[in-house]
Ligand binder design. Structure first.
Ligand code: ADP
Ligand code: MG
Ligand code: MG
Length: 921
């Protein structure tokens, strides 16, 4: 994290408000103040204080993110006056709640909750029941008459406080399974065993009281410090821990992945406790105003009776469904909240509706019912996977809840990936019996080799292995391993568990709560359905259904018609004005891209016809042409090659009828086409009827020490005009034949690797001559063909005015343009890319996301100069960057007419192009 030095605003800061109160129908802050109050704090203020909401929220206050920033600027010291402000706010809370903090008669207990601007699932920790001491616990018992509850709250406080405040925030690193929390959980489990019970709800007051004593002894023994028996020390310990955790290892690692600046800081929320663990009339739960897994407009949630806080997500007990829509195979036998507490449920349902309307978006809610009374603890915009995001966006437009523009901004381009995700081949799935079943927490299918810890996942993935992380449950320490894995599988946890939440955020395939799976971490073996799986074993997950299969099943791309996706993309199309083309080299690719919505081909690479299926003959002829040593021989070979090239181009032009197709003339250095194996060479020599040594000599003459900057692109056409001639004839004859059949075709001949306008002049003369002949041959007056060039050499960009005089379109070949701007060879960059990224010399791989600062400047200059010379110049991009959302935004700003990307990225580009319009409005 970068630390700011010098504090210009210190004086003004002193007078700034550090603490914002909420509760009793009032709030100092509001929902729009996320930067200052964090997401949680701002929404608590909104729920409590907004005149249209007035939702029952336990009173509390928020310490601002600025305090966190100041705390780090001042070496861990709080700003002056903070203590007094906290004291004052606490007094207000006491008034609203009618209780007193640190009071032996009628004690107020609070939670200390972190809350950054952006939700960071599980990153920052929460301590509940703060203020319970040997003194105040007596008050709680007296007040509630419920000793069991008091000690249940106390044992939870000791667990959370020792874990979060005394261990993690203090920077104490413990070995796997040796953390204080696990050690205390062992005591809890021992107690359960001793009493012969399964659930902690089955322990009585005496058991819990005894446990609390054991807990305290353990804490002292493990951490060398006593659990504080002082309410204020607990409160400030909690506050300090939240701030400290902002710069904890896990938080930093999560921020790096999510690109959250360290300077943002976190807020701290101190809120009076309400208790879901007061007995059978109390409960706690998590809910979504719509189903976050598929987007259905159904209130959806899980809850637990007689439980507190994290119990629902911790996965120690199976949560029950709040209503029918939330039922699954796993929880069907549990009682629904709508049946169990119909009044509280009705109230909750009314509140969720109000909240969704108010925020005009799907909300993720936390609620607690204390002795029949409902409280809301949190609301925020709910995370959703790709399919759900698309469905909600379309539905909400239809419901008139949001505008089309809002809908477009509701889906991240990367989320569309999930809808185009691979799935297990349904035929293969039919014939395989699953080993087991869990909850479907992240859609799509995945195959991979299993590993049992996060570090191995990262290591294996680095080696290029496909991995699936298998854990009993995940926690924030696993985040990097989860990231590196294709999929995540857990034995515990529900749809709102950590694993499910994180996977959903990333759109990863994920199965949770697979109870039949047994993991032995020491032996690195998992057992499921009677089968043992060692580390490294292949499995297949169906994250849409929650199924686990042995071995790697075949996968297919889920490209089948998706109505909701199409409606969504149509909304995008109504907003974007940049065209989306595709890079396709075969009629099949062209067809598929059209189905995805491509509006033309931005790059048809002629050389691709020499690779793959059915390419042997044309490749042989090409080789023959390349290795000819006289113009005559070359012409003969080209003549033989001609029909292949023509039919290939014709097929693609036909598949794209009505749309433009940019056909690039032969681009790679010829040496790339020559066989490298001896036997293949000798075969070639035989069929060319020349001696092997002659052939070898010719081959060696083609070798270049820097082929990417060698004899390629337009240079081939300049030195061998007959090559250009043959290709142009193929294009124009194919066009003429289609035109005669009334097929609308728009070929665009693109000349690659141009650096000088004279190169184009040279090639245009050839094109003109061929055109003349073709027109005559077919008895036509004109042909719908454009001539343009690829801008991929910096000199071309700089002399774009001259080049535009000769060409009707520019297509930016940003792969080569990036290569030549940086002087980075794309093929050799692997050896130094990592250190460049690690040292932050490069912030991203410039071949993946366009370098807008340098390469972008060349593009802007070229467009400006090009359009200066030819105002109607058509401009597009056909490099790899054409499918990258950030690069698409740049292309839009630079004034391009279209972007071109691979067929599978066309939907993503349609969305990104629409978002580009909205970002710049
Ligand atoms: P997270 O950001 O990890 O969800 P939270 O601060 O929301 O952390 O709290 C964790 C759990 O504790 C949630 O289930 C929340 O509802 C519960 N909780 C927090 N504060 C209170 C409170 N004052 N009373 C009752 N439950 C609370
Ligand atoms: Mg938490
Ligand atoms: Mg929460």
């Amino acid at each position: 994290m970068t630390k700011k030095t010098g504090c210009k605003k210190c004086d003004t800061k002193k007078t700034k408000k550090n603490v914002y109160f909420f509760g009793g129908g009032k709030a100092d802050g509001e929902g729009s103040m996320k930067n200052l109050l964090g997401g949680k704090g701002a929404n608590l203020a909104e729920m409590a204080g907004h005149p249209k909401l007035k939702i029952p929220v336990p009173a509390g206050f928020t310490i601002t993110t600025q305090v966190c920033t100041a705390y780090y600027e001042n070496a861990g010291k709080y700003p002056k006056g903070l203590k007094e402000e906290v004291q004052e706010a606490l007094k207000k809370v006491e008034q609203v709640m009618g209780k007193k903090f640190d009071d032996a008669e009628n004690p107020l207990l609070v939670s200390v909750r972190s809350g950054a601007r952006q939700s960071m699932p599980g990153m920052m920790e929460t301590v509940l029941n703060v203020g319970l001491t040997t003194d105040t616990i007596k008050g709680v018992v007296k007040k509630t008459g419920n000793e069991r509850f008091a000690y249940d709250a106390y044992r939870r406080l000791i667990t959370m406080y020792s874990d979060v405040v005394m261990e993690k925030a203090a920077g104490i690193e413990s070995k796997e399974g040796k953390g204080i929390r696990q050690q205390l959980e062992k005591l809890l489990n021992a107690k359960k065993e001793e009493k012969g019970v399964k659930l902690d709800t089955e322990l009585d007051a005496g058991d819990l009281k005894d446990l609390c004593e054991k807990y305290k002894t353990k804490v002292k023994q493990v951490l060398g410090k006593a659990f504080p028996d002082d309410a204020h020390e607990q409160l400030w310990g909690g506050i300090g821990a939240v701030f400290a955790s902002w710069n904890g290892k896990r938080a930093i690692s999560y921020r790096r992945i999510e690109n959250i600046p360290g300077e943002w800081g976190t807020a701290v929320n101190v809120q009076s406790m309400v208790f879901g663990n007061m007995g059978e009339s109390s409960a706690t739960g998590v809910a979504f105003t719509r189903n976050p897994g598929n987007g259905d407009n159904n209130f959806y949630g899980e809850y637990l009776i007689n439980a507190q806080g994290e119990d629902v997500v911790a996965g120690t007990r199976t949560p029950a469904p709040i209503n029918k829509n939330s039922q699954s195979e796993h929880n069907r036998h549990e009682i629904m909240l709508s049946d169990f507490m119909p009044d509280a449920y009705k109230q909750l349902d009314a509140i969720q509706e109000k909240l969704e309307k108010h925020y005009s978006d799907m909300q993720d809610l936390e609620f607690t019912i204390e002795d029949g009374t409902l409280y809301l603890l949190q609301t925020r915009v709910g995370k959703r996977n790709g399919p759900a995001a698309v469905k909600m966006a379309v539905d909400m437009v239809n419901e008139k809840m949001i505008t089309k523009k809002e809908a477009v901004m509701r889906v991240k381009p990367s989320q569309l990936d999930e809808l185009l995700h691979p799935i297990i081949d349904p035929d293969a799935e039919k014939t395989h019996k699953p080993l087991g079943k869990g909850l479907p927490a992240g859609p799509g299918g995945a195959i991979g080799r299993i590993v049992f810890d996060s570090d191995s996942a990262v290591e294996w993935a680095k080696k290029g292995e496909d991995v699936i992380l298998v854990r009993e449950e995940t926690n924030p320490e696993d985040v990097e391993g989860m990231r590196a894995s294709h999929a995540i599988l857990t034995t515990r946890g529900g749809m709102t568990s950590h694993a499910a939440l994180v996977a959903r955020g990333w759109g990863k395939c994920c199965v949770v709560g697979c109870g039949g799976l047994d993991i032995d971490y020491n032996k690195k073996v998992a057992t499921i359905g009677g089968v043992s799986l060692k580390e490294g074993a292949w499995i297949t997950l169906n994250g849409t259904k929650g199924l686990i299969y042995k071995d790697a099943l075949p996968m297919i791309d889920a490209t089948k018609e998706n109505k909701t996706l199409n409606s969504f993309l149509k909304i995008c199309d109504s907003i974007r004005n940049m065209k989306i083309r595709t890079n396709a080299d075969t009629p099949e690719d062209a067809k598929r891209a059209r189905e995805f919505g491509a509006e033309g081909i931005g790059l048809f690479r002629t050389e691709h016809m020499f690779y793959g299926e059915g390419a042997e003959k044309p490749l042989f002829l090409l080789r023959k042409m390349i290795l000819s040593d006289s113009v005559l021989d070359r012409k003969v070979a080209l003549k033989e090659l001609f029909p292949y090239v023509k039919s290939d181009i014709k097929g693609t032009l036909k598949a794209m009828a009505g749309l433009p197709v940019t056909i690039r003339l032969l681009d790679p250095p010829l040496h790339e086409f020559v066989p490298h194996q001896k036997d293949q060479l000798s075969e070639l020599a035989k069929s060319l009827d020349i001696q092997m040594d002659v052939l070898e000599k010719r081959v060696s003459l083609l070798k270049e020490s820097n082929p990417m900057m060698g004899h390629r692109g337009v240079r081939l056409g300049v030195t061998y005009p007959e090559i250009t001639e043959m290709q142009v004839r193929a294009i124009l004859e194919a066009t003429a034949e289609l035109v005669k059949k009334n097929t609308k075709v728009f070929p665009e001949i693109m000349i690659p690797v141009v650096g000088m306008d004279k190169e184009i002049k040279d090639q245009k003369a050839i094109i003109a001559a061929v055109k003349e002949e073709v027109l005559k041959k077919y008895g036509l007056k004109k042909l719908p063909v454009m001539i343009g060039t690829m801008i991929e050499i910096p000199r071309a960009a700089l002399t774009a005015d001259k080049i535009a005089k000769e060409t009707e379109f520019f297509s930016f070949g940003t792969n080569d343009l990036t290569q030549m701007s940086y002087g980075f060879s794309r093929d050799d960059m692997g050896s130094f890319l990592s250190p460049y990224l690690d040292k932050d010399i490069l912030s991203r791989d410039p071949f993946q996301s366009l370098d807008t600062e340098g390469v972008g400047q060349l593009i802007s200059i070229a467009i400006e100069r090009g359009r200066g010379a030819r105002p109607k110049l058509k401009v597009g991009i056909c490099g790899e960057h054409g499918g990258d959302p950030d690069s698409i935004l740049f292309c839009y700003k630079a004034g391009m007419d279209y972007v071109s990307c691979s067929p599978f990225r066309v939907p993503i580009a349609r969305l990104a192009a629409a978002q580009a319009v909205l970002f710049t409005q």
